[in-house]
Design a protein around this ligand. Structure first.
Ligand SMILES: C[S@@+](CC[C@H](N)C(=O)[O-])C[C@H]1O[C@@H](n2cnc3c(N)ncnc32)[C@H](O)[C@@H]1O
Length: 250
């Protein structure tokens, strides 16, 4: 099947982002010092580790939309067997480590039905703007997941859905939580938990960005960020990283 136009454009865009390096390319390219990206990475990794804590060691996990393979690497460090998949070869090529990463065309995921004990993805679905395309992607993810297995999905959400320009030629869609829930349900994935946990404009991210907060204080900031997000996510003022715990029915 020919590659979708949306996937082709995305592939070109994400390939061009590789110039920002292993973290900047996939998180915030304007974070020259790297402190903000370190905060987001550490928080994201802690949320994913918590969400899969009940899995056996050596479980097979698909890191969907793995980019430069940061999450794949993290999952392997938790003694999981992780495989990353992405449409952008130039991002995969930046990977520093020995994780198994695979490029594909954004269509059929090149694994058999019921292959994985879990799936993890971080801000990938935001970059699939077309609802029908996204539904097909979610059905593919459901297909390769074992019956009864979890999908830990983190996406940016907003009270009112918005399409935002992120860099030259690329947009992302910050959907409402309810829009995601409807799409997941339509794809046959059960929604078990929804938790907005990181605010896009969390006030304390600014001292973090300029290096005024030591990494040892990050766990405390995660708690404040989660509390702040749970209060503000009802207002139409910011976006939030939201954790969706999904499961393929047994
Ligand atoms: C914001 S980056 C996040 C990368 C990675 N999940 C991380 O957190 O480090 C978005 C990623 O989604 C990938 N992507 C976009 N559309 C995709 C699709 N249809 N299938 C797989 N990956 C896709 C991009 O190539 C890019 O690597």
């Amino acid at each position: 099947m020919a590659m979708r136009e949306e996937s082709k454009l995305s592939q070109t865009y994400w390939g061009s982002m590789s110039r920002f390096g292993v973290d900047g390319a996939v998180i915030d390219p304007s974070d020259i010092r790297g402190y903000k990206n370190a905060y987001i990475k550490a928080y994201r990794d802690a949320k994913i580790a918590g969400a899969i804590a009940s899995l056996d060691k050596n479980s097979c996990i698909l890191d969907f939309g793995c980019g430069t393979g940061n999450i794949t690497k993290h999952l392997n460090s938790l003694e999981m067997r992780a495989v990353g998949i992405d449409i952008a070869f130039d991002l995969l090529a930046l990977h520093t480590g020995n994780a198994a990463l695979l490029q594909y065309d954004g269509g059929r995921i090149p694994f058999r039905n019921d292959s994985f004990d879990a799936i993890a993805s971080y801000t990938v679905l935001n970059h699939i703007l077309n609802e029908q395309h996204l539904l097909e992607v979610l059905c593919e993810l459901g297909r390769v997941l074992k019956p009864g297995a979890p999908y830990v999905c983190i996406e940016q959400t907003r009270r009112i859905a918005t399409i935002k320009k992120i860099m030259d030629g690329e947009h992302k869609k910050q959907r409402c939580i309810q829009d995601f829930i409807s799409l997941f349900s339509e794809a046959g994935l059960r929604v078990e938990q929804v938790q907005p946990f990181r605010a896009g404009h969390f006030p304390l991210i600014y001292p973090v960005r300029y290096g005024f907060v030591p990494q040892s204080m990050f766990p405390l900031l995660f708690k404040i960020d989660k509390w702040y997000s749970s209060l503000l996510c009802r207002l139409p003022i910011d976006y939030f990283d939201t954790l969706f715990m999904l499961r393929k029915p047994a």
